[in-house]
Design a protein. Sequence first.
Lengths: 522, 472
Amino acid sequence: MNDHLLSLMTFFPLVGMLIILFLPREADRLIKTVTLVVTIIVFFISLPLAFDDVFATSSAMHYTEFVNWISVGDYFQMNYNVGIDGISLWLVLLTTFIMPIAILSTWHAIDKNTKGFMALALLLETGMLGAFISLDLFLFYVFWELMLVPMYFMIGIWGGKNRIYAAVKFFIFTAVGSLLMLVAIIYVYYYSVQAGVPFENGFSVVHFAQMDIPAHLQTWLFAAFAFSFAIKVPMFPVHTWLPDAHTEAPTAGSVILAAILLKMGTYGYVRFAIPLFPEATMQFTPFLALLAVIGIIYGALVAMMQDDVKKLVAYSSVSHLGFVMLGVFAMNLQGLSGGLLQMINHGISTGALFLIVGFLYERRHTRLIADFGGLSKVMPVFATIFLIVTFSSIGLPGTNGFVGEFLILVGAFESELRIFTVFATTGVILAAVYMLWMFQRVMMGKVTNPKNENLKDLSAREVTIMMPLLIFIFWIGIYPNTFLDKMTPALENMIKQVKGKQQIAMMVEDMDQTVTQVTVND
Amino acid sequence: MSLLDLLALLPILILVFAGTTILMVGAWYKEPRPLIAGGILTALLAALAAGMVEPPVSEIAGLFSAGAYARFFTILWSLLAAAGLMLGARFVEDKKIGAGEYVSLVLYGAAGMALLSSATHLLGLFLALETFTLAFYILIACNRDCEFAAEAGLKYLLMGAVATGFMAFGIALIYASTGSLALPDAVTQLTTASGELHAWGLLGWGMILIAVGFKISLAPFHLWTADVYQGAPSPITALLATGSKGAVVAALVGMLAVSGPIWHDLVELLWLMAALTMLVGAFSALTQKNLKRLLAYSSVTHMGTLLVGLLCQTSAGLAATTFYVVVYVVASFGTFAVIASLADKRGEPMTFDDLRGLGYQHPVRCGVLVLLLLSLAGLPATAGFMAKFTIFHAALQSGYIGLVVIGVFASVVSFAFYLSVAMLLFKPDESASSWHAGSSLEHAVLAVCSSAVLLFGLFPGILFDLIGRLLP
């Protein structure tokens, strides 16, 4: 079974989708159950990956599968080439882990056209898993685009009042980026064929290290990739689709969007943009780090000013993902593993926050902070869980957020991004300000609004949804090595390759300068 | 013309003679069903003949090729005619249109398209073009109950007449400067011994290009498209949007493949035209509130993309263009087939009000429509993605980076309008009314179109290798 574990995991949701399409539309409960069961089965299929110690010792791709898919003449090849290493491992598991939770959260929230929603959710899962396990650049692109469509419909059909606007905005932003990336992909491919890079196995991640794209081309190609990924992350100033999409999306949509889809952007940098264009990465690092820091501070400041809880959480994502980017571009082991860990953390804690907002909205049909107050007296269990998640989002020691942010800041401080780190640190303080202030206004004090007096505390289903997330908040917070150990070899290998190429490039540049100076002196 | 020539012409002869027979029979025997069944069988037989009977000569009377490439398109257009008749069956019956005329005109049209795709001589090109255009003049206006039909027919006639004029004049100029109408002489002779170009000859090619621009609606010659698409009944729009345009593009591909670069100094002009066509089509489609008009403008964008492929003038570009033509034909035909299958006494559902929430009334067909629209938009896993991809790939190889960026931009815009239709179909709306359940013939057409889109999307190699072998 290990030979095809990844394929089984990726395409099982598709099978589930087909089953759902044949169920009667009225069988609401049945459809939800089938979807839940399918996502849980997928999680169990993926579970052996978490216990495989091979990732802790080897940086190579594992569980690889390779099938020749499309070949056109001698100039184009696209293969079904999949596999995972320490970089994608936890993101794959995060996806399979979050999906059942997201589905369970829709139990009462989605009551119209359940069939369509569940079918799209399963299609989305296939798209996301496929994108994380793709080793072929074209295959990655196929899955990358495949994710857009279900999300677009989820926001557009099951969303809030402004759903059409939000859905179109989401789609246009991401489509612009991804099509630019497509052009860049075609160009890289075309260039490599011209340059005679061997492509017996298609355009695979494994080959990136052998490629040598001239610096002036790298600049443009990296810009195209970086732009596409930056939209997805989202980085300042192309983040504007995010608050709209999040506010309008149904709870499950927000959870999936925040927990997994946003990670596609940062994952794209780590897996594709940086290894493909190491020299251009060097050029762009200060610029991207600057944008990341602006995103951290700007996201936090805007979050502070929100009167809608969901918008606040959405803007906090901008801030948190800024940290991830800073860690990634620090280009050392602490920074990168911190960044990667923070991707998981953000998935867990922001996913949890959106669920919490969903609980509130289901009870009161409002998300305005001013409508709440003193809820901790009425809903003690809810208050406890909310507080833990808030702490995790702030990054209190003992929770997952602390480990990730700390590693990122240490990594960035040790790299040439030291000056940016100083400013980024304020983001940690600001996060405490906006989260705690929000918590205080919603949960503490007296119950001022009579409508809040008789709110029901969390049901067993809701506690079940939150429990796994809470476990991981503490697990990662207290013993992160379970996760870090398996990332390290793959990251070390990547850093070695990228740094090596960057050093060669710098040496060549120095030599050129020396030559010019010599000529001038003559 | 020898017997061998006639044997090579067999598929066309089948179409034309059986078409005439059906026309004659139809004058006395008014029952539509047998006549249409006869037409469908004829078209299938012609496709079979084109596929099975090895042509004894490679060129027919110096006008048309009988090579593998020509045969491929003969098969494609014959099948398209069969599918078009399958869609038209219910329409002809309901509207009490003379079945004999309808069937024979569709068959003549298919013959014209097949000849056009195999033209190796400018005269052959002209004759074939006129053959199917004449058939369409009538077919477009055949629904006399529809207020837009007569207008559409007249518009197409006037534009067609102008195009014919340009074409004839262009051919005359080329003959004057090269002394030949046969390809590749009409191109190679353009260059004089001293390496200079004949100005008159180039002007002639320019005029042919204008005529082509009218036929496949390149901007700024595209203005007739939306009105004609809207006015014509969907079974005919389906043929008009796919066959008539595809055949012209196929003819251009054939000409380029035989005679090498023909555009010399016109490249800058064509560059502009391609860019303009893609952008104008995409932005005009964005504001439409009628599916058929939207599809009309979207077809303009597609033609612009095809022009990018033609501009490459390389074998990769031509292969990509041919692939794109086939994929576009299948997907676009399918979308009109969905509209046609939903049509009932009230007419066809085409305004956005008609479409709102339709997906809950007719889930399967609306699902197919979404799939086809996604293919037209060029989303991965559908054939449209590979089509667009190969065109852009070829264009980058030929150095048209600017056009690729514009094409990508137009694609993003077209994503917006294709997806807005898809969303509209599945908008929760209780007021959506139910339309015709569709005949089994129509469902068969839809099944073929949607499975072809998926098949060529997941395994494009099948079609691509075939095209690679076919190109002359």
